[in-house]
Design a binder for this molecule. Sequence first.
Ligand SMILES: CC(C)(COP(=O)(O)OP(=O)(O)OC[C@H]1O[C@@H](n2cnc3c(N)ncnc32)[C@H](O)[C@@H]1OP(=O)(O)O)[C@@H](O)C(=O)NCCC(=O)NCCS
Length: 141
Amino acid sequence: MDIYQIRPFHIDDYDAVFALWRETEGVGLSQADERPAIARYLDRNPGLSFVATMHSRIIAAVLCGHDGRRGFIHHLAVQAEYQKQGIGQALVERCVDALRQEGIDKCHLFVYATNANARTFWRRLDWQPRDDLVLMSKMIR
Ligand SMILES: CC(C)(COP(=O)(O)OP(=O)(O)OC[C@H]1O[C@@H](n2cnc3c(N)ncnc32)[C@H](O)[C@@H]1OP(=O)(O)O)[C@@H](O)C(=O)NCCC(=O)NCCS
């Protein structure tokens, strides 16, 4: 495989990252993923989200942030032809290192229950599914 590079996710990467998310099964998109919302997320969580590039083209991305207590990882996606080459794991390690440097000691993430590939990936990286919790959500606007 050609060498890939990992660097912070900048809002200028938005169009390429959004296209990657749209074409990657397993990533759920909503209004919260439109450019202004992602710009706000990146502003509020500087240096925690990353992209992987090859020949300057984005081939993988991840959003990461924290609320002062816990870290959160969202929308990890590796372009199909580059999967299973360690890029997803490398992006997660960058997120986790960055969270540690912010003094965060636990990180959560959301996986569709039907996304067996992602569940296997996260288990392989030692992330524990939580059978004691149920995710609850409400539209508030
Ligand atoms: C899930 C995803 C991010 C994994 O990225 P990746 O770069 O392919 O994963 P890596 O190569 O870093 O894999 C790390 C480990 O997980 C394992 N793994 C990854 N995908 C796997 C799969 N589908 N089935 C079994 N094992 C898998 C790898 O074999 C590797 O284990 P190893 O070290 O024993 O070889 C990628 O498949 C993807 O983008 N999927 C679509 C989007 C998605 O579902 N995102 C998750 C949202 S929660």
